[in-house]
Write a new protein. Structure first.
Length: 196
């Protein structure tokens, strides 16, 4: 028998973020007032989230390197896009969009601490992304890349019995003032689950 359910927006970024450039190690790119705290025991088997991220990316022309997008729960990388190749045409703050669907597919409180893991697949769009190095805009128009770029798998385990801060991080393989990211839109929805 069908049941009714409603999606709920948990958090939305209210103003455009800061342009971050000249760094490599992934770090938060979300306005701090727009982080979301999950209460203890929020994640149950089958819990679903949808993240929608939109913003701007800049990249250099010579050896632009790669970018990585990460969904964080506390200090744990709960989901990663893997390293996404930037194309060999220079871009300055052109738009990108990333949609990620996450499902809690593992909860286990019997292994010496509470463990939960998320599984996620997303779709990344933007002219600055490519699947192979050295491609340029002439050979690569708007690109859609299914992420992660590696074999999809459960993310890193986190403790689901304590409160966790949800965050979104981005890193670059090459530190350059021409490689940068700014998040303009960020929304997280909790998707309703059918009754079992």
């Amino acid at each position: 028998m069908p049941t009714q359910g409603w999606n709920q927006t948990l958090v939305t970024q209210r103003t455009a973020g800061t342009l971050f450039n000249t760094y490599t190690t992934a770090k938060t790119v979300i306005n701090q007032q727009d982080l979301y705290g999950f209460y203890a025991n929020y994640f149950q088997l089958g819990s679903k989230l949808r993240l929608r991220v939109g913003g701007a990316v800049s990249n250099i022309v010579t050896t632009p390197g790669t970018m990585v997008f990460q969904v964080m729960l506390g200090s744990v990388v709960a989901w990663s896009s893997g390293n996404i190749q930037l194309n060999a045409t220079a871009h300055t703050t052109l738009p990108f969009r990333l949609d990620i669907d996450l499902t809690c597919q593992l909860t286990n409180t019997a292994v010496g601490g509470a463990v939960a893991k998320l599984f996620g697949i997303g779709l990344l769009n933007g002219v600055m992304f490519t699947k192979t190095a050295a491609q340029t805009d002439g050979a690569n128009t708007e690109t859609s890349i299914v992420v992660p770029v590696s074999i999809p798998a459960l993310g890193t385990a986190f403790d689901s019995t304590i409160s966790q801060i949800l965050d979104f991080w981005v890193g670059f393989s090459i530190s350059n003032s021409g490689n940068g990211v700014r998040i303009d839109q960020y929304d997280v929805e909790a998707l309703s689950m059918p009754a079992s």
